[in-house]
Design a protein around this ligand. Structure first.
Ligand SMILES: Cc1cc2nc3c(=O)[nH]c(=O)nc-3n(C[C@H](O)[C@H](O)[C@H](O)COP(=O)(O)O)c2cc1C
Length: 191
């Protein structure tokens, strides 16, 4: 591992045990280029529903602090999420809303790449465009192309092991990670 290796945090938008998005997230370390270490971000599922009164006086819930710190410390973030009712899953949006209230917003100028798996033909595209909009509002640097939309996801993973088996998907994910490494280095001035 070189000193110059990037540290990238992965956030998954699904809590489901058999989640295709979680399965894709688990595949990322093996598809990442040597200059990028990919690790899961802390869980967001114990965060309370956002309420300003819960951080009156500047004290945030511990889960929110841990999640925000992990995003802040990472060189880049990859969000792998399903689409719920054409948009961002509520729990994930809640987590983003929470950390957007910190004085030092963790997503500010943070390179972020997006991926989604969905049962249907659009592969979660509508959710990704909502994430782009929301994260842009808190000054994240959103990576462009290639985009990763894993449509008809049940056909792309092994039914029993949930291993990603679809070669074109593996290849495009590899390409996105390689391009994302270059994007992060351009954005944060690291060679
Ligand atoms: C509440 C809910 C809403 C959903 N809405 C959409 C949707 O708008 N578009 C879509 O492509 N799939 C939708 N789905 C189906 C998901 O794409 C599918 O269940 C997917 O496998 C969920 O991701 P996961 O396997 O990572 O849990 C929805 C599923 C749930 C549970």
């Amino acid at each position: 591992m070189s000193d110059n290796q990037l540290n990238v945090a992965v956030i998954c938008g699904s809590l489901r045990k058999g989640s295709y998005n979680a399965a894709l997230a688990r595949t990322l370390p093996s598809l990442a280029p040597p200059g990028m270490a990919v690790k899961p971000a802390p869980a967001w599922d114990k965060m309370p529903v956002y309420n300003h009164d819960l951080h009156e006086g500047g004290v945030f819930p511990a889960e929110v602090i841990a999640w925000g710190d992990a995003v802040r410390a990472a060189d880049g973030v990859i969000i792998v999420s399903p689409e719920y009712n054409w948009s961002i899953p509520g729990g994930l949006k809640n987590a983003i809303d929470w950390v957007s209230r910190f004085k030092e917003v963790p997503f500010k100028e943070k390179p972020v790449a997006l991926q989604s798996c969905a049962g249907g033909a659009l592969g979660g595209a509508r959710m990704q465009y909502h994430l782009r909009q929301s994260l842009t509002s808190i000054d994240a640097f959103i990576f462009g192309k290639p985009e990763i939309f894993v449509s008809f996801s049940a056909k792309k993973f092994d039914e029993k092991t949930l291993e990603l088996t679809d070669q074109p998907t593996i290849e495009i994910v590899r390409q996105q990670l390689a391009s994302f490494e270059k994007f992060i280095r351009r954005m944060n001035g690291r060679k």
